[in-house]
Design a protein around this ligand. Structure first.
Ligand code: PGA
Length: 262
Protein backbone atom coordinates (compact mmCIF):
# COMPACT_ATOMS: atom_id res chain seq x y z
CA UNK A 1 0.00 0.00 0.00
CA UNK A 2 1.12 3.52 -0.68
CA UNK A 3 1.55 5.60 2.45
CA UNK A 4 -0.47 8.39 0.87
CA UNK A 5 -3.11 8.68 -1.83
CA UNK A 6 -1.57 9.90 -5.09
CA UNK A 7 -2.66 13.32 -6.31
CA UNK A 8 -2.81 14.99 -9.71
CA UNK A 9 -3.78 18.67 -9.76
CA UNK A 10 -4.43 20.94 -12.76
CA UNK A 11 -3.69 24.65 -12.47
CA UNK A 12 -5.34 26.53 -15.34
CA UNK A 13 -3.96 29.94 -14.34
CA UNK A 14 -5.63 32.81 -16.27
CA UNK A 15 -6.90 30.57 -19.07
CA UNK A 16 -10.31 29.35 -20.24
CA UNK A 17 -13.67 31.08 -20.44
CA UNK A 18 -16.50 29.75 -18.31
CA UNK A 19 -17.87 27.83 -21.31
CA UNK A 20 -14.46 26.30 -22.11
CA UNK A 21 -14.00 25.38 -18.46
CA UNK A 22 -17.39 23.66 -18.36
CA UNK A 23 -16.67 21.72 -21.56
CA UNK A 24 -13.33 20.46 -20.15
CA UNK A 25 -15.06 19.40 -16.93
CA UNK A 26 -17.80 17.56 -18.86
CA UNK A 27 -15.16 15.55 -20.73
CA UNK A 28 -13.30 14.69 -17.55
CA UNK A 29 -16.54 13.64 -15.89
CA UNK A 30 -17.37 11.36 -18.81
CA UNK A 31 -13.99 9.63 -18.41
CA UNK A 32 -14.56 9.24 -14.68
CA UNK A 33 -17.95 7.61 -15.30
CA UNK A 34 -16.90 5.46 -18.26
CA UNK A 35 -13.37 4.44 -17.25
CA UNK A 36 -13.35 4.91 -13.50
CA UNK A 37 -10.28 7.14 -13.67
CA UNK A 38 -9.55 8.86 -10.39
CA UNK A 39 -10.46 5.76 -8.37
CA UNK A 40 -6.86 5.31 -7.19
CA UNK A 41 -5.78 8.94 -7.01
CA UNK A 42 -7.11 12.37 -6.09
CA UNK A 43 -7.85 14.50 -9.15
CA UNK A 44 -8.07 18.24 -8.52
CA UNK A 45 -8.85 21.07 -10.93
CA UNK A 46 -8.08 24.73 -10.24
CA UNK A 47 -10.07 26.95 -12.66
CA UNK A 48 -10.26 30.74 -12.53
CA UNK A 49 -12.45 32.12 -9.75
CA UNK A 50 -15.02 33.02 -12.43
CA UNK A 51 -15.39 29.45 -13.65
CA UNK A 52 -15.03 27.71 -10.31
CA UNK A 53 -18.71 27.35 -9.48
CA UNK A 54 -19.58 26.14 -12.98
CA UNK A 55 -16.78 23.53 -12.91
CA UNK A 56 -17.73 22.42 -9.38
CA UNK A 57 -21.33 22.01 -10.51
CA UNK A 58 -20.34 19.77 -13.42
CA UNK A 59 -18.00 17.72 -11.23
CA UNK A 60 -20.31 17.40 -8.20
CA UNK A 61 -20.49 13.71 -7.13
CA UNK A 62 -17.72 12.76 -9.61
CA UNK A 63 -15.03 12.46 -6.94
CA UNK A 64 -12.97 15.13 -8.73
CA UNK A 65 -12.20 18.04 -6.42
CA UNK A 66 -12.09 21.72 -7.33
CA UNK A 67 -9.50 24.19 -6.03
CA UNK A 68 -9.16 27.95 -5.97
CA UNK A 69 -5.89 29.29 -7.42
CA UNK A 70 -5.49 31.77 -4.58
CA UNK A 71 -7.56 33.42 -1.85
CA UNK A 72 -7.75 36.68 0.01
CA UNK A 73 -7.77 37.06 3.78
CA UNK A 74 -10.99 37.61 5.67
CA UNK A 75 -14.44 36.02 5.44
CA UNK A 76 -16.86 38.61 4.08
CA UNK A 77 -16.51 42.39 4.05
CA UNK A 78 -15.96 45.63 2.20
CA UNK A 79 -12.94 44.37 0.25
CA UNK A 80 -13.52 45.13 -3.41
CA UNK A 81 -12.31 42.41 -5.70
CA UNK A 82 -11.40 39.97 -2.95
CA UNK A 83 -12.42 36.31 -2.70
CA UNK A 84 -12.16 34.62 0.69
CA UNK A 85 -11.69 30.99 1.63
CA UNK A 86 -15.28 30.98 2.85
CA UNK A 87 -16.58 32.15 -0.54
CA UNK A 88 -14.44 29.56 -2.34
CA UNK A 89 -15.95 26.85 -0.12
CA UNK A 90 -19.46 28.11 -0.82
CA UNK A 91 -18.74 27.98 -4.56
CA UNK A 92 -17.70 24.34 -4.37
CA UNK A 93 -13.94 24.37 -3.75
CA UNK A 94 -12.43 21.93 -1.30
CA UNK A 95 -8.80 22.90 -1.98
CA UNK A 96 -6.87 26.07 -2.72
CA UNK A 97 -3.39 26.80 -4.08
CA UNK A 98 -1.35 29.03 -1.81
CA UNK A 99 1.99 30.67 -2.53
CA UNK A 100 2.24 29.89 -6.23
CA UNK A 101 5.38 31.58 -7.55
CA UNK A 102 3.31 33.69 -9.97
CA UNK A 103 1.44 35.11 -6.97
CA UNK A 104 4.74 35.76 -5.24
CA UNK A 105 6.32 37.36 -8.36
CA UNK A 106 3.47 39.35 -9.87
CA UNK A 107 1.21 40.07 -6.91
CA UNK A 108 3.79 40.81 -4.22
CA UNK A 109 2.90 37.93 -1.92
CA UNK A 110 5.68 37.47 0.61
CA UNK A 111 6.33 34.47 2.83
CA UNK A 112 4.36 35.94 5.74
CA UNK A 113 1.27 36.69 3.63
CA UNK A 114 1.43 33.22 2.08
CA UNK A 115 1.45 31.75 5.57
CA UNK A 116 -1.55 33.89 6.62
CA UNK A 117 -3.42 32.66 3.55
CA UNK A 118 -2.64 29.04 4.39
CA UNK A 119 -3.99 29.65 7.87
CA UNK A 120 -7.17 31.31 6.57
CA UNK A 121 -7.72 28.44 4.15
CA UNK A 122 -7.35 25.81 6.86
CA UNK A 123 -9.63 27.82 9.14
CA UNK A 124 -12.33 27.57 6.45
CA UNK A 125 -11.71 23.84 6.11
CA UNK A 126 -10.01 23.96 2.71
CA UNK A 127 -7.15 21.63 1.86
CA UNK A 128 -4.07 23.62 0.87
CA UNK A 129 -1.60 23.01 -1.92
CA UNK A 130 1.33 25.08 -0.69
CA UNK A 131 3.79 25.92 -3.47
CA UNK A 132 7.45 26.39 -2.66
CA UNK A 133 10.47 26.65 -4.91
CA UNK A 134 13.74 28.39 -5.63
CA UNK A 135 14.61 30.78 -8.45
CA UNK A 136 17.38 30.01 -10.89
CA UNK A 137 19.69 32.50 -9.14
CA UNK A 138 19.01 30.91 -5.75
CA UNK A 139 19.76 27.49 -7.19
CA UNK A 140 23.00 28.74 -8.76
CA UNK A 141 24.00 30.24 -5.42
CA UNK A 142 23.44 26.92 -3.65
CA UNK A 143 20.54 28.46 -1.72
CA UNK A 144 17.77 26.09 -2.81
CA UNK A 145 17.32 24.42 0.52
CA UNK A 146 17.48 27.59 2.60
CA UNK A 147 14.86 29.18 0.32
CA UNK A 148 12.51 26.20 0.71
CA UNK A 149 12.74 26.19 4.49
CA UNK A 150 12.37 29.99 4.56
CA UNK A 151 9.04 29.52 2.74
CA UNK A 152 7.88 26.66 4.95
CA UNK A 153 8.83 28.04 8.36
CA UNK A 154 6.17 30.79 8.63
CA UNK A 155 3.49 28.31 7.52
CA UNK A 156 4.56 25.79 10.14
CA UNK A 157 4.49 28.57 12.74
CA UNK A 158 0.87 29.47 11.95
CA UNK A 159 -0.69 26.03 11.50
CA UNK A 160 -1.26 23.26 14.00
CA UNK A 161 0.48 19.92 13.43
CA UNK A 162 -2.94 18.37 12.65
CA UNK A 163 -3.40 20.76 9.71
CA UNK A 164 -0.60 19.03 7.82
CA UNK A 165 -2.82 16.04 7.09
CA UNK A 166 -4.87 18.38 4.88
CA UNK A 167 -1.84 19.97 3.23
CA UNK A 168 0.05 19.16 0.07
CA UNK A 169 3.43 20.76 -0.56
CA UNK A 170 4.18 21.33 -4.24
CA UNK A 171 7.88 21.65 -4.95
CA UNK A 172 7.93 23.98 -7.94
CA UNK A 173 11.33 25.37 -8.93
CA UNK A 174 10.53 28.80 -10.38
CA UNK A 175 12.89 28.21 -13.31
CA UNK A 176 11.00 25.03 -14.27
CA UNK A 177 7.55 26.62 -14.50
CA UNK A 178 6.40 27.00 -18.09
CA UNK A 179 10.00 26.68 -19.33
CA UNK A 180 10.12 23.10 -20.57
CA UNK A 181 13.04 22.51 -18.17
CA UNK A 182 12.83 20.30 -15.10
CA UNK A 183 15.16 18.92 -12.47
CA UNK A 184 16.07 15.26 -13.03
CA UNK A 185 13.69 12.66 -11.58
CA UNK A 186 16.35 11.82 -8.98
CA UNK A 187 16.69 15.46 -7.96
CA UNK A 188 12.91 15.65 -7.58
CA UNK A 189 12.94 12.50 -5.46
CA UNK A 190 15.69 13.95 -3.28
CA UNK A 191 13.80 17.20 -2.82
CA UNK A 192 10.65 15.29 -1.83
CA UNK A 193 12.58 13.20 0.69
CA UNK A 194 14.27 16.28 2.11
CA UNK A 195 10.99 18.14 2.41
CA UNK A 196 9.33 15.26 4.24
CA UNK A 197 12.24 14.85 6.61
CA UNK A 198 12.22 18.56 7.38
CA UNK A 199 8.44 18.54 7.89
CA UNK A 200 8.58 15.49 10.15
CA UNK A 201 11.07 17.31 12.38
CA UNK A 202 8.98 20.51 12.30
CA UNK A 203 5.42 19.17 12.74
CA UNK A 204 5.80 15.59 13.93
CA UNK A 205 4.08 12.40 12.71
CA UNK A 206 1.33 14.17 10.73
CA UNK A 207 3.99 14.96 8.12
CA UNK A 208 3.61 11.34 6.99
CA UNK A 209 0.14 12.27 5.70
CA UNK A 210 1.23 15.42 3.80
CA UNK A 211 1.27 14.86 0.08
CA UNK A 212 4.43 16.08 -1.66
CA UNK A 213 3.98 17.02 -5.30
CA UNK A 214 6.31 18.17 -8.03
CA UNK A 215 5.36 21.02 -10.38
CA UNK A 216 7.10 22.74 -13.29
CA UNK A 217 6.86 21.67 -16.96
CA UNK A 218 5.17 18.38 -16.09
CA UNK A 219 3.63 16.60 -19.06
CA UNK A 220 2.29 13.17 -19.98
CA UNK A 221 5.78 12.05 -21.09
CA UNK A 222 7.85 13.02 -18.06
CA UNK A 223 5.29 12.46 -15.31
CA UNK A 224 5.71 8.65 -15.06
CA UNK A 225 9.40 9.10 -14.21
CA UNK A 226 8.64 11.71 -11.56
CA UNK A 227 5.81 9.70 -10.04
CA UNK A 228 8.11 6.67 -9.86
CA UNK A 229 10.33 8.42 -7.32
CA UNK A 230 9.69 7.24 -3.78
CA UNK A 231 8.12 10.03 -1.78
CA UNK A 232 6.73 11.90 -4.81
CA UNK A 233 2.96 11.68 -4.34
CA UNK A 234 1.95 13.39 -7.55
CA UNK A 235 2.10 16.56 -9.57
CA UNK A 236 0.76 20.06 -10.03
CA UNK A 237 0.39 20.65 -13.76
CA UNK A 238 -0.07 23.97 -15.55
CA UNK A 239 0.24 24.17 -19.34
CA UNK A 240 -0.18 20.45 -20.01
CA UNK A 241 -3.47 20.38 -18.10
CA UNK A 242 -5.24 22.83 -20.42
CA UNK A 243 -6.09 20.22 -23.06
CA UNK A 244 -8.36 17.66 -21.43
CA UNK A 245 -6.87 14.78 -23.46
CA UNK A 246 -3.44 15.56 -22.00
CA UNK A 247 -4.79 15.71 -18.45
CA UNK A 248 -6.61 12.43 -19.06
CA UNK A 249 -3.37 10.83 -20.30
CA UNK A 250 -1.75 11.82 -17.00
CA UNK A 251 -4.75 10.65 -14.98
CA UNK A 252 -4.48 7.25 -16.72
CA UNK A 253 -0.78 6.65 -15.92
CA UNK A 254 -0.83 3.23 -14.23
CA UNK A 255 0.28 3.40 -10.60
CA UNK A 256 1.73 0.49 -8.67
CA UNK A 257 -0.07 0.09 -5.32
CA UNK A 258 3.20 -0.14 -3.37
CA UNK A 259 4.41 3.16 -4.86
CA UNK A 260 5.75 4.28 -8.20
CA UNK A 261 4.46 3.79 -11.73
CA UNK A 262 4.40 0.70 -13.92
P1 PGA B 1 3.63 24.44 -15.88
O1 PGA B 1 3.07 25.18 -14.59
O2 PGA B 1 3.20 22.99 -15.76
O3 PGA B 1 2.99 25.14 -17.04
O4 PGA B 1 5.12 24.56 -15.86
C1 PGA B 1 3.08 24.56 -13.34
C2 PGA B 1 2.55 25.50 -12.30
O5 PGA B 1 2.74 26.71 -12.44
O6 PGA B 1 1.92 25.07 -11.30
Amino acid sequence: MRARRPMLAANWKMYKSVAESQAWAEQLKAAVVEEGIGADRDLIVAPTHLALWAVATVLADSGVAVAGQTLDLGVEGALTGAVSAYLLRQAGASWVLVGHSERRQHFGEDDALVAEKAKAARHAGLGVILCVGETEAERAAGATWSRLTQQLEPVVARLSPADWAAMAVAYEPVWAIGSGRTPSPEEIGEAAAGLRQWLAAAVGPTAEATRILYGGSVNEQNLPEFWRQPGVDGALVGGASLAVERFLAMARIPLVPGGGTQ
